[in-house]
Design a binder for this molecule. Structure first.
Ligand code: PAF
Length: 287
């Protein structure tokens, strides 16, 4: 496994492989790897000739009061884990390699970024898209793999790739969950045993919505109200949003009458968790 810190070296390596007609899979991460990340690596390895992983805790996507300083950094364990899986290349830049002194160019995020996470975390998607665009340039891969747990992130990255005509395919991958349904997240390690139980409130309320829609409930205001109540009842302390939205545009809906997605961001203790579930409304509406 090749470990590279320099952007030039990473580019030269991947560019050479690309010229050699190799299919290259890219898995961008902020480290603190768990099975969710590893499932992206496995998918890339199954579909591509070469797999490159990036590990970089990107400062520009964290707000001033967010957890950049205490975000888990477990580089040694991450590298060990990737080496065991025979990943071909790991790019681990230091901050100045991506943001040298005087750096000042950022991506203006698309409309889908203005809602939900975008409202709660101003500047977040500007930071995400800027670093992702840089990574796409430095590692000119064929396909990039992102988890569907960050549904809005996946949507805005897809939109950027399309709008900027980037020569890369953005592949979303299913959320990996613990046996009890908790979506894997690097932030789960902040949770005490009691908080972990409360964190299940996200999955429980998403499953409730799924069931309610399957039984014919379509009224989004009613569904959202009950979803929020269920979150509080099961232990969430603060809800940033718990909404049912159009799956493409992420805009609010009044009825679940098209492919939709339920999106949640809620706090358990000081830990902010997100999760989502795709909803289909094949049957007849409310009666
Ligand atoms: O999802 C993440 O881990 C990050 O937002 C990403 C895409 C690696 C950009 O820093």
């Amino acid at each position: 496994m090749k470990i590279v810190e320099s952007s030039h070296e990473a580019y030269a390596h991947v560019h050479h492989l690309r010229c050699d007609q190799q299919k290259i899979g890219l898995v961008p991460t902020m480290g603190a790897l768990h099975q969710g990340h590893l499932s992206l690596v496995e998918r890339s390895q199954a579909e591509c000739d070469v797999t490159a992983v990036t590990i970089f805790v990107n400062p520009t996507q964290f707000g001033p009061h967010e957890d950049y300083g205490r975000y888990p950094r477990t580089l040694e364990a991450d590298l060990e884990c990737l080496s065991q899986r025979s990943v071909d290349l790991v790019f681990v830049p230091q901050q100045p390699a991506l943001y040298p002194a005087g750096y000042s160019t950022y991506v203006e995020p698309p409309a889908e970024a203005e809602l939900w996470e975008g409202q709660c975390r101003p500047g977040h998607f500007r930071g995400v898209l800027s670093v992702v665009l840089k990574l796409f340039q430095i590692l000119p891969a064929t396909v990039a793999y992102f988890g569907q747990k960050d549904f809005q992130q996946l949507t805005v990255i897809r939109r950027m790739a399309e709008d900027f005509n980037l020569p890369i395919r953005v592949q979303g991958c299913e959320t990996v969950r613990d046996d009890d349904g908790l979506a894997l997240s690097s932030r789960n390690r902040y949770l005490s045993a009691e908080q972990r139980e409360a964190a299940l409130s996200l999955w429980k309320s998403l499953r409730w919505v799924e069931q309610a829609v399957a039984e014919g409930q379509r009224d989004v205001a009613n569904l959202e109200q009950t979803m929020q109540q269920k979150l509080y009842d099961a232990g969430a302390e603060k809800i940033d949003y718990a909404r049912i939205v159009d799956r493409e545009s992420l805009a609010s809906l009044s009825a679940v009458d098209r492919p939709s997605v339920a999106l949640i961001a809620a706090y358990v203790g000081k830990t902010r968790l997100i999760d989502n579930l795709l909803l289909d409304a094949p049957g007849p509406p409310d009666h």
